[in-house]
Ligand binder design. Sequence first.
Ligand code: FAD
Length: 456
Amino acid sequence: MATYQEPAKQLPTREFDVVVAGGGTAGVVAALAAARHGVHAVLIESKGYTGGTVVEGGTALHSFYNLWKAFPEAEKRQVVRGIPQEIVDRLILAGGSTGHVEMSVGYDYDSVCTAIDTEIYKRVTLEMLEQAGVTLFLNTLLVGAIASEGWIQGVITESRSGREAIYAHTYIDCTGYGDLAAHAGAGYAEPNDYAVANSIGVGGVSLERYYAFLAAHDAVTEMARGPRSGLEGQVVRLNGRRAALPPGFADEAAAIGMSMTTTTVHDDYFMFIKLNYKMDVSPTDRDAVSAAEVELRRRQAAAVELFRKYVPGCEKAFIARTSPSLCIRRGRLITCEYDITREDVLEGRHFEDDIMAYGFHDSAPRLQIQDGGTYGIPYRALRVAGIGNLLATGMMITSDHDAHMSTRNTVACMGQGQAAGTAAALCVAQDCATRHLPYPDLRAALESDGVYLEDK
Ligand SMILES: Cc1cc2nc3c(=O)[nH]c(=O)nc-3n(C[C@H](O)[C@H](O)[C@H](O)COP(=O)(O)OP(=O)(O)OC[C@H]3O[C@@H](n4cnc5c(N)ncnc54)[C@H](O)[C@@H]3O)c2cc1C
């Protein structure tokens, strides 16, 4: 391949205490937690808004609760609280969430459904970040790291203001893809073990009519009722058994990787219909991703056509929103000091350095956490191996696919974000590496900020 030698440049520099790279699911919470602990935090986000995959890919926030409805012996408990719950509270006030409504069908998958309005999520989280005093570098891409001997001195960003070097004491990688960790020389793999997706918001539809369509074919597998457009007791979540539907619908839906799950907080709108596409190579390959983007847009059009053709009441369905680019469930897997195992998750293990408890598994009821309980995510699972001042959160941790099917879900990522932001702020205050932060200090700070922990 021909190459070009880029000339060296003097870059303007900025200095902060904590850099949070990526303002998505985990990053928003990490930046809030850091700033509320009194440090000067900057959030570097490549898009013009916050929320990441929460506002681009998923159907609902899974899950603030243990799976108590599937396990009659299990006590009902809200296992993720703190800042993630505060975001839900703020969304409810703004008309942007159903809150935690109970599933009436499919509660062996999740006991609750927490549906959100993605646009309100963006606005509410931006307001919270502003109020907390986080410096926002939106529309800014992190493109490099200045690192040596296992320590990051700074990161390099690009925006329309040019290329800059941003220095800090402690760094948190919340980019989903692990861009910062990879630039800084961390160990990583690219398992390419999931489909990518570009989920669509569909307007001109009726969830009640979609429910009637699924019910008429005895195909309803999940359902929850809650507030929708200001009225209580409405259908807000649905899933259906594709194979039970008319062959024309079922076969085409399978061919375009269409998921039948949807949620909403509004009449006439499905928040997301997922179109999945399995790439042959890792989603860090620019050329393969370009081809996948084209294919996914074709699938989106075909999905809406299926609703128009087969689902009475959805004849005027149209694509109301798409994501700016496809979403991934895993890009890079970053090597951390501890790798949560399948057994840790399924056997409900807790650790002496737990930073949160979690009780949801995306493969339930096939794979569930023992007895409807929880497992713990240990602090060392967030510490990037070999880099003394870098923490990682979200979909980039946990190598085992079955364990990752739990740790990567939105509410787990949010909880990890709170722990990482809090730990980073404490590392600044104590002028220490992430590994040298005394766990009792972190635990005390998390508990006083409302984080729920279950003892070993
Ligand atoms: C299609 C799909 C459906 C899903 N459905 C559900 C569901 O229904 N419920 C559920 O609980 N979970 C679901 N998940 C899983 C869950 O949504 C994700 O695993 C989780 O949101 C990931 O959070 P994160 O913080 O790791 O990354 P993200 O939320 O993706 O945040 C990463 C952020 O970093 C930014 N960024 C990336 N690179 C850079 C860079 N170099 N410089 C600056 N910024 C950068 C991105 O723009 C983004 O805002 C789904 C995932 C997908 C892909």
